[in-house]
Design a protein around this ligand. Structure first.
Ligand SMILES: *Cc1c(COP(=O)(O)O)cnc(C)c1O
Length: 404
């Protein structure tokens, strides 16, 4: 065998299209909630691949499912169905409001499918004018042209104009404002139950309830983007279950594959009929390899032990972060739900979330940001107490450095 090509962090700048600015080290291995870089330095992983590695790294049962399926069948294309995908569909249906599932490979694709379903559903009802989509400021729904246009951060979409039309943005958690823009021309309202990328901002219960009523009144579909909040992240299987508000369409990805790419759009029997044979599709969507992994991830997470454990772990985080904040008052608020935690910087430290995560890296912990002023933690849902303590001790050292 040839020697593998030697790579360093510099190789990224030399060879990669610069849409990312990754950390200045390269991670090579992970186990549970620990990862190691090329130099063998250890990090506690409080990011979980951005709310993806919900069972940590190299979970033995997930690994076994991957290896077993890898020896059988990876891919067929959608002219042929397969056993793992059908089993995964049944798991999703049994655990949620949904009757039917469409599989794809990412969150953006799941949202793309949901928005297309909404447009076609309205058209099929005979109303050509019913094509307007209502979305929210600061929302994040992915990076395809349709989903980035539905997202509420113009800096991500404006350079790619002309953008798909018929999308109106309105302030999040402002029901009166939403009432002004939702009408009989609205085909869908798309909303994250907790805005993730937008700063870890939970929807108020009355807001989601109000959107449900407005959608019912005007015959619009309510789409919950649970790409980040889904599959146990908040301590419930899906966040809609915390709110008691049931959407018409739900999108799920990130944690669904535990690190293997997969996404899904789930909906009711009635709405599923909108997307008949040939109206939508994807080459890789629902491939047996992804579905086999997701099937195991889903059944491991959808248990009282893991879901209750998420709430327990939130308490460990809150206790540790509160202690840090007593010594170094850096955060004005700790918000979110379950293991989707946002720590809002005091005005004094505004704009320095990225710097804080870089210092955290130096101290041996991986953390995320959610905008310039929020440090975000989305660790494994089964992170051991020992790792939470050690990671927070390392994080405290980073906070001490920024505060002194
Ligand atoms: C990450 C995310 C997406 C996009 O998912 P991709 O897999 O990156 O396409 C969409 N919506 C929300 C809420 C997300 O957090």
């Amino acid at each position: 065998m040839e020697q593998p090509i030697a790579v360093t962090r510099q190789s990224f700048d030399d060879w990669m299209i610069p849409v990312y600015a990754p950390a200045d080290f390269i991670l090579v291995r992970g186990e549970g909630s620990q990862v190691w870089d090329q130099q063998g330095k250890s990090y506690i992983d409080f990011a979980g691949g951005i709310a993806v590695n919900a069972l940590g790294h190299a979970h033995p049962q997930v690994l076994a499912a991957l290896v077993e399926q890898a020896g059988k069948l990876w891919h067929l294309g959608n002219g042929y169905t397969n056993e793992p995908v059908l089993r995964l569909a049944k798991q999703l249906i049994d655990a949620t409001f949904a009757d039917k599932v469409f599989f794809c490979n990412s969150g953006a694709e799941a949202n793309e499918a949901a928005l297309k379903l909404a447009r076609k559903h309205a058209l099929d009802s005979g109303n050509r004018e019913k094509n307007q989509i209502v979305a929210f400021n600061n929302a994040f729904h992915g990076r395809t042209l349709f989903t980035v246009s539905a997202g509420g951060q113009p800096k991500y979409s404006q350079d790619f104009a002309p953008l798909p039309g018929g999308i109106t943005h309105t302030p999040f958690n402002d029901l009166a404002a939403a009432e002004q823009v939702i009408n009989d021309h609205t085909c869908a309202v798309i909303v994250e139950p907790i805005q993730g990328e937008g700063g870890v901002v939970p929807a108020q219960p009355q807001f989601l309830q109000g959107l449900r009523e407005l959608c019912d009144r005007h015959g619009a579909l309510l789409i919950f983007d649970e790409v980040q909040t889904g599959v146990g992240r908040t301590g419930s299987l899906y966040a809609y279950m915390n709110y008691g508000v049931v959407p018409d369409v739900l999108t799920t990805a990130k944690a669904l594959g535990g690190g293997f790419p997969i996404g899904a759009m789930i909906t009711t029997d009635k709405l599923a009929k909108t997307l008949g044979v040939g109206t939508h599709g994807t080459t890789y969507g629902g491939n047996p390899l992804a579905a086999a992994v997701a099937g195991v991830v889903f059944s491991l997470i959808n248990t009282p032990e893991v879901l209750d454990g998420v709430r327990q772990r939130l308490e460990w985080f809150i206790a540790g972060l509160t202690e840090i904040n007593l010594q170094y008052p850096i955060f004005s608020e700790i918000r979110g739900a379950g293991l989707l935690i946002g720590c809002v910087l005091n005005p004094e430290y505004a704009g320095r979330a990225k710097q804080l995560t870089q210092l955290a890296n130096e101290e041996g912990v991986i953390a995320l940001i959610a905008g310039p002023d929020v440090v975000r933690f989305t660790p494994s849902l089964i992170i051991p107490e020992q790792d939470v303590k050690e990671g927070l001790a390392r994080f405290a050292r980073a906070v001490a450095r920024i505060c002194s």
